[in-house]
Design a protein around this ligand. Structure first.
Ligand code: UDX
Ligand code: ADP
Length: 464
């Protein structure tokens, strides 16, 4: 099928950047990104491209180039579906918070709504592409809904998992390690559909970087990749605790281990714990699938990656309390960083949220600075946990726009996100303005110890 119109349902962290790059690289294809969230679409259409709802280095420039030419953002979902030959589904698939599979299985309600909408609206044949990370065999569910409720329209379902990491989304999209496309490769129609999507990516990705598989391999590969990456972080974080007890330094260990070409150096950076919308969700999903097939050893093996991550966040917070003479009650604790990693304004599952929650339970007063996260997001993240009332979160947590307000008269300062700018702060001024002893906790191993100790800080860093 020759693709002239693409529709993408979901204008989030995956749909937005991915479609912007497809539009930039395929000027002859019209790409329309639709969302039910009117505010989000309005922000994507904001005249000033610096105001688009997602912060990603390089993204605003691409939007500027393609928007209005062949990239459109709209809330008219029906029209975009009807016009498109190819529809990407990039809606959110959070972990279920209710019923069977609560806390583990992916909530497919948004996916199902999309499928029903596509079935209701479509009058011509469609290729439907799963872009969101989904449990294995979701394609089957999609197909079922589409073919049983549609009006004689033919559907091909493809799985095309996104491997971009936030903060480097544009780079990852422009130069992907691989593009994975799963389809019904045993049938001619399936092969054709796969080829249509291969042709889209072939505008800028070398052919031998585009892998085609059956649908289930594609779906499971995405979960596996994220599980492996998260497992590396939990593995090095487990070592960080041992390093702290033995006098080894986790950065030195990571370097020595990572230079083994069989192991490799990436994803061995000890931290206060991994966050983000994918790692935890995807592993929980994997655990749920394994359990549902009665594979308890497989499920327990992967679950341990999450348990280790929870332990790391708790351990960091507990260590702060212990170091501050066993109480943080009424003490001002400064947070540098709230996003789950640098160069993104995304805070989903960020370690900072859980560290803050722990310290708030210990009655701390928290002041937060993050270069890209807005005040209302910090409160929304804490409110979502439901640990205390919304009023109390607003009373006990302040979000400021000047980092030196975070550190002024603080009992302790903690680095929760590895934003580059933190390195260049005037640490002497920070020390001078803090209460003494001035405790500094580096949850990202990004600050240089010697110079901080020379200034006079009581310095604690993960894994040393
Ligand atoms: C991840 C996958 O990398 C990506 O391929 C997939 O498409 C989506 O999930 P993302 O969550 O955006 O991407 O970020 P990633 O760079 O993987 O980081 C995840 C978390 O792990 C962050 O909180 C990060 O700070 C942490 N991390 C990462 C570490 O603590 N140490 C490391 O060495 C690497
Ligand atoms: P991701 O990181 O997977 O991109 P986001 O939460 O950033 O997740 O984005 C998902 C987007 O999908 C949100 O903007 C949400 O409003 C949108 N969405 C969810 N369900 C639907 C739907 N049925 N129709 C259109 N948009 C939807």
């Amino acid at each position: 099928m020759n693709i002239k119109n693409i529709c993408c349902i979901g204008a989030g962290y995956v749909g937005g950047p991915t479609m912007a790059v497809i539009a930039q690289k395929c000027p002859e294809i019209n790409v329309t990104v639709v969302d039910i969230n009117e505010k989000r679409i309005a922000a994507w259409n904001d005249e000033n491209v610096e105001n688009i709802p997602i912060y990603e280095p390089g993204l605003s420039d691409i939007v500027k180039e393609a928007r209005g030419r062949n990239l459109f953002f709209s809330t008219d979902i029906d029209a975009a579906i009807d016009r498109a030959e190819m529809i990407f589904i990039s809606v959110n698939t959070p972990t279920k918070t209710y019923g069977i599979g609560k806390g583990m299985a992916a909530d497919l309600k948004y996916i199902e709504l999309c499928a029903r909408q596509i079935a209701r609206v479509s009058t011509t044949d469609k290729i439907v592409v799963e872009k969101s990370t989904l449990p294995v065999r979701t394609a089957e569910t999609l197909k079922n809904i589409l073919t049983n409720t549609g009006n004689g329209v033919n559907y091909q379902i493809l799985s095309n998992p996104e491997f971009l990491a936030e903060g480097t989304a544009v780079e990852d999209l422009l130069d992907p390690d691989r593009v994975l496309i799963g389809g019904d490769i045993d049938t001619e129609a399936g092969k054709d559909a796969v080829q249509s999507l291969v042709d889209v990516y072939a505008h800028w990705v070398e052919k031998d970087h585009i892998l085609t598989t059956n649908v289930w391999s594609s779906e499971l590969s995405k979960l596996t990749a994220n599980a492996f990456l998260a497992q590396r972080v939990s593995s090095i974080n487990a070592m960080s605790e041992l390093c702290e007890k033995t006098g080894a330094d986790v950065n030195e260990v990571a370097k020595a281990v990572g230079m083994d070409s069989r192991i490799g150096s990436k994803f061995l950076k000890a931290s206060v714990g991994f966050g983000g919308s994918c790692f935890q969700k995807d592993i929980l999903n994997l655990v749920y699938i394994a359990k549902s097939f009665g594979l308890n050893e497989v499920a327990n093996y992967w679950e341990q990656v999450i348990l280790m991550n929870d332990h790391q966040k708790r351990r960091f917070a507990a260590n702060m309390v212990r170091t501050l003479f066993n109480t943080v009650s009424g003490k001002k604790i400064g947070f540098l960083g709230w996003a789950f990693k640098k160069d993104t304004n995304d805070t989903r599952e960020s370690a900072a949220i859980y560290v803050a929650d722990y310290l708030l339970n210990e009655q701390a007063e928290i002041v937060v600075y993050d270069p890209k996260v807005k005040e209302e997001q910090v409160y929304a993240d804490l409110d979502y946990l439901n640990t205390r009332s919304e009023e109390e979160n607003r009373k006990r947590v302040k979000v400021v726009k000047d980092p030196y307000e975070v550190t002024k008269e603080a009992h302790a300062v903690a680095v929760l996100t590895e934003w580059d700018e933190f390195k260049d702060y005037d640490w002497q001024k920070i020390y001078d303005e803090m209460l003494k002893p001035a405790f500094l906790f580096d949850g990202r191993r990004m600050l240089e110890r010697k110079s901080k100790e020379k200034i006079g800080f009581e310095f604690y860093a993960i894994g040393s």
